[in-house]
Design a protein around this ligand. Sequence first.
Ligand SMILES: Nc1ncnc2c1ncn2[C@@H]1O[C@H](COP(=O)(O)OP(=O)(O)OP(=O)(O)O)[C@@H](O)[C@H]1O
Ligand SMILES: [Mg+2]
Length: 355
Amino acid sequence: MNWDDTTDTGADAERLVGAVADREDQAVEAALRPKDLGEFIGQEKVREQLDLVLRAARARGATADHVLLSGAPGLGKTTLSMIIAAEMGAPIRITSGPAIQHAGDLAAILSSLQEGEVLFLDEIHRMSRPAEEMLYMAMEDFRVDVIVGKGPGATAIPLELPPFTLVGATTRAGLLPPPLRDRFGFTAHMEFYEPRELERVVHRSANLLDVEIDPAGAAEIAGRSRGTPRIANRLLRRVRDYAQVKADGQITREIAHAALAVYEVDERGLDRLDRAVLEALLKLFGGGPVGLSTLAVAVGEERETVEEVAEPFLVREGLLARTPRGRVATPAAWSHLGLTPPRGTGPGQQDLFGA
Ligand SMILES: Nc1ncnc2c1ncn2[C@@H]1O[C@H](COP(=O)(O)OP(=O)(O)OP(=O)(O)O)[C@@H](O)[C@H]1O
Ligand SMILES: [Mg+2]
């Protein structure tokens, strides 16, 4: 799971191609969210499986099993949680791991749930330990022990809960303690989207935003969206701005191309920082291997920025490899930047060049 090393704070949120939601995303996302499974694009396997889980529960007149959604930012976890509630005809309560500091916070939420309600717990990997332990019991037995009083006089009062569906979301399934993971009846791993699926996302959003776009324009945006619907929607809004100001508002391939050149997002979805890292690696260090710190100095960025913000996508795209001797460019990196690799490839590159 190569998104485990992406950062979920800071610099990434400020980039046009960052997957983390910024303010503007938060403001428009509610309007762009698919409302039911039929509207949800891509993720075929997850959709098929979830559809079965929910249908079966409905047929039994039962509350659906707990669901864990894991995947990189912007792939549709929050959206799916709302769809689960909608499909079950159930209300949804939304909270997040960091918002639950004490077990008591969780007890208050759990004890106020209605029967069949969906509790969406975002960033479930960031919950406190005591809350987590309370959650184990709540998920399994629909019961919590509420501690009353302090010290030796403290007593645990058992409290029955109505059956509910916990939907947990995490960008880092690997960080969840196994006892918590095991208590979910169904786990959905969300994958990055194919360009064809993102084209459909772009068309759908354009429609909702009342923007005219042709298939080639949608393909142009989809191809630069890093497999992520949130980024596709964001690029669409920027291209719309350009189309409005510089043309008649319609998005064609030419308009999308010109707009994204202005925003410095290239054909593969790399932005200026990504390209600066690659260029330094290729032009200054012959494709590597070169140490992370040296590379960071060469592009004038912090080590962490290069490692956490730029590299994960470059690695995912097969443009850069992290080796024990340092960072190495792949043959695809040379061709992406239109450069020819030096003839005698360095020792660290032999494997990559199949030498
Ligand atoms: N399958 C999809 N079809 C159409 N639009 C989608 C799909 N998945 C996500 N989107 C859109 O992408 C945006 C981001 O989705 P969402 O907020 O659900 O992501 P997330 O996985 O919860 O991200 P985070 O990890 O940052 O919380 C939403 O505006 C939503 O409309
Ligand atoms: Mg979310």
